[in-house]
Design a protein around this ligand. Structure first.
Ligand SMILES: NC(=O)c1ccc[n+]([C@@H]2O[C@H](COP(=O)([O-])OP(=O)(O)OC[C@H]3O[C@@H](n4cnc5c(N)ncnc54)[C@H](O)[C@@H]3O)[C@@H](O)[C@H]2O)c1
Length: 225
């Protein structure tokens, strides 16, 4: 059985992805900086932590980069240390993990799926560092796909709009935010973690063998208008 490693696996999206991949017959290793049952420790901002975890896994054929942090601040309210911290987790963390996983993925004909966001291409006010980091994740995806195609590694991402999770619990408890957000989403609903997981499972599957460097948008039509 081939093994999938999911970062950010203590979170709502990571948990849903783990369940979907297990249902698809993969052996799944869950990793996160937050302690939780069945979750191995990983800090994606630490080179050694990333390298050690990857080295401990036999048969790694899928890396899912779902670790992430959100800071809801404008550019002027974002000090440089905060900006660097958000990029270190969301963008450099995905790069660290991809580099660490490259030898195993090349050996096993594997793939990478990262969780980007609609913030990567919609300029949303008030989450400056997060938006920049997710734009980076989307382009990291395209560039790695191009460079690593010769190694038989596919690299894709999914880009959801708002998904209920710890990251969005605050804004989703605000009726003004919810009515504004749902009015902007033609399908009129947040994105279920299970829908993100299904998209990840598809991109990681042999059915997507021709697909690399793509960002699958799950936004209920938000970006159409
Ligand atoms: N919730 C949304 O609306 C939404 C929308 C688009 C994209 N995303 C992205 O989906 C991914 C999962 O987010 P979620 O909504 O499940 O939020 P979440 O907060 O529930 O999960 C994020 C997880 O990442 C972990 N993490 C943070 N820093 C880490 C580090 N240094 N090392 C290892 N793990 C670390 C956290 O402990 C947490 O368990 C994130 O990349 C997020 O940016 C979320």
């Amino acid at each position: 059985m081939t093994t999938a490693l999911i970062t950010g696996a203590a979170g709502a999206i990571g948990q849903a992805i783990a369940a979907a991949l297990e249902a698809a017959g993969r052996h799944v290793i869950r990793a996160d900086s937050h302690e939780a049952p069945g979750v191995r420790h990983l800090d994606v901002t630490d080179d050694e932590s990333c390298a050690e975890l990857v080295a401990s896994i036999d048969d790694l054929s899928l890396l899912v980069n779902a670790a992430g942090v959100m800071v809801r601040r404008t550019a002027l309210d974002t000090d440089v240390a905060t900006f660097q911290r958000v990029l270190d987790v969301n963008l450099t963390g995905a790069f660290r993990m991809a580099r660490a996983a490259h030898p195993a993925l090349a050996k096993n004909g594997g793939s990478i799926v990262s969780i980007s966001s609609t913030h990567a291409f919609l300029a949303a006010k008030g989450s400056f560092a997060y938006g920049v980091s997710k734009a980076g994740v989307s382009h990291l995806t395209r560039l790695l796909a191009l460079e690593w195609a010769a190694d038989n590694i596919r690299v894709n991402a999914v880009a959801p709009t708002v998904v209920p999770s710890a990251m969005t619990a605050g804004v989703l408890a605000d009726p003004a935010y919810v009515s504004r957000k749902l009015a902007a989403i033609p399908l009129g609903a947040p994105i279920a973690p299970e829908h993100v997981a299904a998209a990840v499972a598809y991109l990681a599957s042999p059915a997507a063998a021709s697909t690399t460097g793509q960002i699958l948008v799950l936004d209920g039509g938000e970006s159409l208008a």
